[in-house]
Design a protein around this ligand. Structure first.
Ligand SMILES: Nc1nc2c(ncn2[C@@H]2O[C@H](COP(=O)(O)OP(=O)(O)OP(=O)(O)O)[C@@H](O)[C@H]2O)c(=O)[nH]1
Ligand SMILES: [Mg+2]
Length: 436
């Protein structure tokens, strides 16, 4: 499926939409007006349909939208945007423009739709609407007279600025079950990509950050799903490429980021997985490659083979190594450092002069973020969290000592302390740090 990235990564909060406070009949009229203007002036577009569905949910709920004739629709719009007997309704034409902008996002298309809206307005009103249109595309303070548009205009502007940022792309690779998907979920702070003890990721999964939290997950499916539940994500077809957009709960960055999950390369059952991953490692454009090593399976022939392949096929400066699953590492006190040194000397031998190696427990990191953000956790997850919390409170499990950039701060919360100790904080700093 071809994705329009700017529309796909757009965040939108409708829970606080000003029309929600109005009467049901008015909300229905507003929805009819919005839909009519968009359908009339925008080519039939699946993004518009997916967005309209969100508006429909918020404004109309399960009530059927009556089928109106062209003339009836026009009358509804007139009564909304240009009512002589209800002058306070002028707000609605401003909100309509904001909503049109938020739905179609593209400047030229917005202009085209605004031309349709202007058919209903007199000269002075049309001019006011044109003014608002320019506010969407500059950063001028919103005048007091139209303060009621502030929330919607600001949402538009934040999305606009975010979409204009260059995108940083990260790709994750490893052997089967090293914890690639778990690590990605830990960075994002949500269970967006499937994880399992069995071979799990079956094709590429592109996950895009959104500019702010709107509690909505976008899934590029057919039809486009702008209200995907974690269940929907878990039930997508494994063997096809998938694309997801959601706000990332990253510690150090608000950047525009795309993380690409890949299948493990050593699946004996499905040889195609190796082909898929190696092809994308060679052909995709990315800033960094995150190579995940399972600390409990270091030095296997399969590991050596993939490391060698990456050394020969990927620019060395792009690679960040992650030593994962250190929570159930045996003899933790003397061997984390030894393992890091062992990995380092293997990598030196492959031509990496000064490899970056970040030790981590991805699973604990993931649980910390779930808890921190008030996500629902299963009983098993709560038990595991408590167990790891105890473990990582011990100094011999403090992985932050392997990061040169972490300062400890006595005022920090327990959560931040644990993020540092489990290795996530240091890794995020390496990947995204120093960027705003
Ligand atoms: N104890 C522990 N378990 C982990 C950690 N990271 C991942 N796991 C577990 O390891 C198993 C595999 O994790 P995934 O994230 O699915 O691994 P993957 O590399 O994406 O696997 P494939 O997609 O099949 O290649 C799951 O049961 C995870 O819960 C960790 O840091 N500690
Ligand atoms: Mg996976």
């Amino acid at each position: 499926m071809e994705i329009n990235y700017q529309n796909f990564i757009e965040a939108l909060i409708l829970d606080t939409h000003p029309m929600r406070r109005t009467k049901s009949k008015l909300k229905m009229h507003y929805y009819i007006g919005l839909e009519h203007l968009l359908r009339k002036c925008e080519e039939n577009n699946e993004y518009t349909s997916a967005r309209l569905k969100q508006y429909r949910n918020v404004l109309v709920g399960n009530t059927d939208v009556p089928k109106l004739t062209e003339k009836e629709c026009k009358d509804v719009i007139y009564s909304l945007v240009n009512s002589r007997i209800r002058p306070w309704r002028k707000k609605y034409r401003y909100w309509l423009l904001c909503d049109i902008a938020l739905i179609i996002f593209d400047e030229a298309k917005i202009k085209r739709t605004v031309t349709c809206l202007k058919e209903y307005l007199n000269k002075r009103q049309a001019l006011e609407i044109e003014n608002l249109q320019t506010f969407l595309f500059n950063n001028v303070e919103i005048p007091k007279t139209i303060m009621f548009t502030k929330d919607l205009v600001e949402q538009f502007r934040t999305n606009r600025d975010f979409a204009a940022k260059p995108e940083k792309r990260y790709i994750v690779t490893a052997n089967v079950s090293a914890g690639k998907s778990t690590l990605i979920n830990a960075i994002i702070g949500k269970p967006l990509t499937r994880t399992s003890q069995e071979i799990c990721t079956g094709n590429l999964c592109y996950i895009y950050n959104k500019p702010f939290e709107d509690d909505v997950v976008h899934l590029a499916a057919s039809p486009l799903n702008f209200n995907a539940s974690y269940n929907d994500l878990a039930n997508t077809e494994r063997s096809v490429v998938s694309s997801i957009a959601s706000h990332f709960r990253m510690t150090h960055s608000t950047n525009r980021v795309c993380i690409i999950d890949t299948p493990g390369v050593n699946s004996a059952i499905n040889r195609n997985h190796k082909k898929i991953t190696r092809k994308v490692l060679k052909e995709e454009i990315y800033n960094k490659l995150i190579y995940v090593l399972n600390a409990n399976k270091l030095g296997t022939d399969e590991e050596k083979e993939h490391l060698q392949w990456v050394a020969e096929n990927v620019t060395k400066e792009k690679v960040v190594f992650v030593l994962n699953k250190l929570d159930d590492f045996k003899n933790i006190d003397d061997s984390v450092e030894e393992s890091i040194n062992g990995v380092k000397s293997d990598l030196n031998a492959m031509g990496y002069e000064n490899p970056i190696i970040c030790p981590i427990s991805s699973y604990f990191a993931f649980l910390i973020k779930l808890k921190e953000n008030g996500e629902q956790m299963s009983e098993d997850e709560i038990d595991a969290y408590n167990l790891y919390f105890k473990k990582f409170s011990k100094d011999e499990y403090d992985l932050s000592i392997y990061s040169s950039t972490i300062d400890s701060n006595t005022n920090e919360t327990e959560q931040v302390k644990m993020e540092k100790r489990c290795g996530l904080y240091g890794l995020e700093q390496v990947l995204f740090g120093g960027e705003s």
